[in-house]
Design a binder for this molecule. Structure first.
Ligand SMILES: [Zn+2]
Length: 1126
């Protein structure tokens, strides 16, 4: 080892003494102790001798041996020593020697060093120091030695480690330690840097408590620390004191953990100062380590401002039945601002997308086998189930047309009498096109569409119609959905006229009307631009520093249409969102090409902002526009991991490229400084920022969170599908499950194969086919689920032989949109009652959650008639994960995962068949992300209730990413509608694997033992993603980079300096000073090892070997004594 030849053993005179002393005497001193208590470990013997504090020489020897032992190997040795009372022994020895009339620093200094090193790793060192009466004593040692840099540094390190206990830090605060230490931090100098750094570190450690922060702020230390930071930053031109500057930033971070501290920093120009200094650091090699802490500090102190809204409550409110005249009360008002310690992100679990990560997921597992196995009593009397017999038209249909040779589609559709929606929609399709405009340029202003329809009806004069004909109408007529499969613009418009929205939409968004084709080619996830968040935050900070540059003009407001008009001729972008599935509440021009966007909360509610869909126009081509969605709620987003929003250009569409495309650069997602407008339920918001460069001047474009899929798109799609099938082969019925809260019909589709003949056998086979129930879009913002469902529906209606055999094997009962109201009104999560419908399945309210109530009723009905579905699957979208995967239900896996006993439990493993098949068939599917555990927090979801209460063994949630895949052939690509639709096809394919009569959960008598349990399956309740490269948060201590364990190297620096005359010490900063560690991988051991004691190694090997034996037996560190010599 290189350190051998150097005399790096530093305390005064000792080295020489030890070297001259006989090696034999060293040996002898240690040996009797070893012999004396053969049962104790060597460490215990040494510690016991240390506390007895014999003569200086032997005590120093013990310290040497201990230091030697702890310097090599891993922290485990230190922890072993701590477990053997090492901290107490060192404290006792320190107290004893410090209390003597004339403390001997030859002894005290190494003692303090070792105490700091050991204490640094002892979580209870603070309490132990208090118990040993060492706290005040160390502080008074510091006071006595404030002129002795090296001694002061040693005391400061020890004080620093004491502060790991809050009560010890508070005790020190009461003893005015803050003032003592603060005075040791001097302006720029090249001397005694170790001591200054030790003082700053100790101050930062003291500021871990509220009381100490309060005290420091009230004494004006924030301004003082800022001045110090400015001074060191401006004068440290050689960048040799980076560690000091970093430590000062850490102090500033600690002291701004209170509101008062943050206010003080801002009031003393801290943000401007930090900004300026940081700008100079950006381009200087070596100063990079200062940038992130500074940026975090600026973000943290950036004054909070409320969202510029009158109320958080959604603009869209609907009077709910049973509560006449009332809307949900706004959340209770809380204090305007709280200390950041208290700013817990109170993310309601139910806010999360279905099955999103749950922090206490282990607690969340249902561990009661009885609860897992027992079947709750039905939530309604059996007589209420008869009404659902109408939803099995296939059982009563006579198929008379099979006798005749003709097969007219009308026969088929008209035969099932009740509530067919086609007729009314097709009537509506005969309305004049001008009833519903499709392009903003031609929109009808000021009148409600329905009002107009009532006035004008179908009787509108040709002249009037002609007058209002638009370019788009003409185009629409010229190519009715041309080139876009399964899309008919006339039907789309007809369906849209019937959709009931809270605001009474009378304008179509062009993309939904015109249709979408997936763009040719793949859309890879763009690599994240390095430091993009930092750059965006700088731009945000500039708003504060240069308020005159900020335009701050509202250019769109859902609640107040006037500002739009004022910007008609201005050079700002124009925004619009008052159309089906649209969501944008407010747009503010911040700077010339930058806009802050605020999303509308879910209807009748004040949260769940995530989905957006809006129109933007009046742009200039080839200019980058920055958009900031400033009221996002989730703590992280796939936008940090390669996801882009989607854009649709009307101009491009008219030129033959009707594509929603992934768009946007400089995308990132981070916590911002906004808080809720009124009421303080949520004090934290996140910004999604992205930049779009439009291709055309004066285009009309649409931006969305994900590929939109409206209720009208579904309705028109079902009509197209119905027309497309051969009614002699495919039995296709669209019925109404029920009306939604706002009176929109919720469709239920039946798809199966018509019987080959009317013969008894064929009809019997037809009527005894097992059911498969599929649902989707209970969460309106999960439009990906609709695209998957679109793929499923089209496939099941297709000529594909697999589809044919699936139709022959099963009856498909499909509810493709469980939350039409939410989809229409552009909500993200909830229904119009402000509730997450996928948490209502246990006891759905027939009035407030009608679609869930009747969907469950229908499932009860199937169950009661012996037709329990073979498979149930609810399609969802997942905002935090990549790929597509299933959640299922397994008692055994739940109990196994929670550590409960599964002995003797038998379970049909059939729930794994579909995921296993999908893993082989579907490239986007990830088997490893699947999970079959039943969590208490999900007990009211469709998947769990259908499994537990209806007894469907194969009951799933299918989650499709909004982003893309990180495995398989789609790896690195964002999903498009093509891939999503294909997933819907592949899901159908996988159903072939359950084609035979497989027993359902409760009818099964022959339960197969569970042999293929994959115990290594991933815990999918955690984020798939590694931590983002840049801190999304700043409140939770995002300063890990500042918390490097550089204490050891600091201490070693203090001891390895050759200069013994500390009073005259003049540290040569280039050599003696350890700049802050930038290399993460560097372990402290390497620096510790430079402190070996050659004089002991040669002669006291036996002692060391005894110690090794003991140590190896307790912690398994396999280092032999020989290695000390190598
Ligand atoms: Zn969902």
């Amino acid at each position: 080892m290189s350190g051998y030849g150097r005399s790096n053993f530093t305390w005064n005179g000792t080295l020489r003494e030890l070297q001259t002393s006989s090696p034999a005497s060293c040996k002898e001193r240690a040996r009797p102790a070893m012999a004396a208590s053969a049962s104790s470990s060597g460490v215990e013997v040494l510690l016991s001798n240390l506390q007895n504090l014999g003569d200086i020489e032997s005590t120093l020897n013990i310290l040497n041996v201990l230091d030697e032992l702890l310097s090599a190997g891993t922290d485990r040795r230190i922890h072993y020593m701590i477990s053997k009372g090492g901290s107490e022994a060192l404290l006792t020895a320190m107290v004893k020697s410090a209390r003597s009339f004339n403390p001997n620093y030859t002894l005290l200094l190494p003692l303090l060093h070792l105490l700091a090193k050991v204490g640094y790793r002892d979580r209870r060192i603070g309490m132990k120091a208090q118990n040993a009466d060492a706290v005040r004593l160390t502080l008074s040692l510091l006071r006595q030695n404030s002129k002795h840099p090296r001694r002061a540094a040693a005391c400061l390190w020890v004080l620093q480690v004491y502060c790991s206990s809050v009560s010890t830090a508070n005790l020190l605060g009461e003893c005015r330690a803050i003032d003592v230490i603060y005075r040791l931090i001097c302006p720029y100098t090249t001397k005694t840097l170790h001591t200054i750094k030790a003082a700053i570190d100790a101050l930062a450690a003291l500021l871990c408590t509220k009381a100490n922060v309060h005290s420091a702020v009230s004494k004006g230390y924030v301004a003082g620390l800022l001045r110090l930071y400015e001074d060191w930053s401006s004068k440290d031109t050689e960048h040799v004191a980076i560690a000091i500057r970093c430590a000062l930033l850490r102090c500033l971070h600690e002291v701004t953990n209170s509101t008062a501290g943050r206010h003080a920093l801002v009031a003393h120009g801290g943000i401007g100062l930090l900004y300026e200094v940081t700008q100079t650091c950006l381009f200087t090699k070596g100063l990079e380590s200062l940038v992130d802490p500074s940026v975090q500090l600026m973000r943290k102190c950036y004054p909070k401002s409320t969202l510029p809204l009158k109320s958080d409550l959604s603009v869209y409110c609907l009077e709910l039945p049973r509560q006449p005249g009332s809307v949900p009360a706004p959340e209770p008002e809380l204090n305007g601002e709280e200390d950041s310690e208290e700013e817990d992100d109170e993310e309601d679990d139910s806010n999360e997308s279905e099955e999103a990560d749950s922090k206490d997921y282990d607690d969340d597992l249902e561990t009661d086998p009885d609860k897992l196995r027992s079947r709750p009593a039905p939530d309604r009397p059996p007589e209420l189930l008869a009404q659902y017999s109408r939803l099995r038209p296939e059982l009563t249909y006579e198929f008379q047309e099979l006798d005749s040779s003709s097969s007219e589609p009308e026969d088929c559709s008209s035969s099932s009498s009740d509530e067919e929606v086609q007729s009314s929609a097709e009537d509506a399709s005969r309305l004049k096109p001008s009833d519903f405009n499709s392009c903003p340029t031609f929109r009808t202003k000021g009148r409600d569409a329905r009002e107009q329809r009532e006035e004008e009806g179908a009787e509108e004069g040709a002249e009037e119609a002609q007058r209002r004909r638009t370019m788009v109408d003409t185009l629409a007529e010229r190519h009715i959905g041309a080139g876009i499969p399964h899309h008919d613009r006339r039907l789309y418009r007809a369906a849209a006229v019937l959709a009931k929205s809270i605001p009474g939409f009378n304008i179509l968004a062009f993309p939904d009307f015109w249709g979408h084709l997936p763009p040719p080619g793949n859309e890879p996830m763009p690599p994240r631009k390095p430091k993009v968040q930092r750059q965006k935050v700088f731009e945000d900070i500039q708003r504060l520093l240069n308020p005159d540059d900020v335009i701050n003009e509202v250019v769109f407001d859902l609640e107040d249409p006037s500002p739009q008009c004022s910007s008609e001729r201005s050079n700002s972008l124009k925004f619009f969102s008052k159309f089906e599935s649209g969501n944008l509440r407010k747009a503010t021009q911040v700077r010339r090409n930058e806009y802050d966007l605020i999303l509308n909360a879910d209807a009748n509610c004040s949260q769940h902002t995530q989905w957006f869909y809006f129109e933007v126009s009046n742009m200039v081509a080839n200019v980058p526009y920055r958009f900031n969605v400033i009221n996002c709620e989730k703590t992280n987003s796939q936008f940090n991991y390669g996801m882009q929003p989607v854009l649709y250009s009307v101009r491009e569409a008219l030129e033959g490229r009707p594509h929603w495309k992934r768009t946007g650069t400089e995308i990132c997602y981070y916590r911002n400084h906004f808080c809720a407008a009124r009421g303080k339920k949520r004090s934290t918001f996140y910004t999604l920022t992205f930049t779009v460069t439009f291709r055309h001047n004066d285009d009309v474009c649409y931006l969305a969170y994900h590929y939109p899929y409206t209720y009208s798109a579904l309705q028109s799609h079902l009509m197209v599908l119905h027309r497309s099938v051969d009614p002699s082969k495919v039995f296709f019925r669209q019925q109404v499950l029920c009306q939604t809260l706002s009176g929109n019909p919720c469709p239920l589709v039946t798809i199966t194969a018509c019987p080959a003949t009317r013969g008894m056998r064929d009809l019997h086979q037809f009527r005894s086919r097992p059911c498969i129930v599929l649902t989707a879009r209970v969460h309106p913002g999960e439009s990906n689920a609709s695209w998957v469902m679109k793929g499923t529906l089209e496939f099941l209606c297709s000529d594909d032989p697999v589809a044919q055999s699936l139709r022959e094997a099963f009856v498909f009962k499909i509810i493709p949109m469980l939350n039409p109201d939410g989809v229409i009104n552009g909500t993200h999560r909830c229904s119009l009652s402000g509730e997450d419908l996928n948490r209502q399945w246990c006891k759905p309210d027939p009035v407030l959650s009608p679609t869930i109530y009747h969907a469950k009723g229908f499932l009860y009905y199937l169950n009661s008639t012996g037709s329990t579905p073979l498979v149930f699957c609810d399609y969802h979208g997942h905002s935090r994960k990549k790929n597509v995967f299933l959640y299922g239900c397994s008692i055994k896996e739940t109990l196994w995962q929670s550590g409960s006993d599964t002995g003797g439990l038998k379970e049909d493993p059939g729930y794994r068949t579909i995921p296993k098949t999908l893993d082989r068939l579907a490239p986007a599917f990830s088997f490893n992300s699947c999970n079959y555990q039943v969590e208490k927090s999900r007990s009211a979801t469709a998947r769990v209730v259908v499994w537990r209460e209806i007894g469907v063994l194969r009951s799933y949630t299918m989650e499709s990413t909004y982003n893309g895949c990180d495995q398989g052939i789609y790896k690195g690509l964002q999903t498009g509608t093509r891939e999503l639709q294909d997933m819907g096809v592949k899901f159908c394919h996988s159903l072939l694997s359950v084609r035979r009569n497989v027993p359902s959960l409760y009818s099964s008598r022959r339960l197969v033992d569970h042999i293929d349990l994959d115990h290594n399956s991933h815990n999918c309740f955690e984020d798939d993603e590694p931590p983002c490269v840049e801190e999304i948060e700043y409140s939770t201590d995002g300063l890990s980079k500042l918390k490097g364990s550089d204490l050891d190297s600091d201490i070693n620096g203090n001891t390895s300096s050759g200069d013994e005359q500390e009073e005259e010490e003049e540290v040569v900063v280039h050599k003696g000073f350890n700049p802050i560690r930038r290399c993460e991988g560097q372990s402290h051991q390497s620096s510790l090892r430079s402190r070996l004691f050659p004089h002991l190694i040669g002669h006291d090997l036996e002692v060391i070997e005894v110690l090794h034996m003991k140590r190896n037996s307790c912690n398994g560190v396999g280092i032999t004594g020989r290695q000390y010599l190598s």
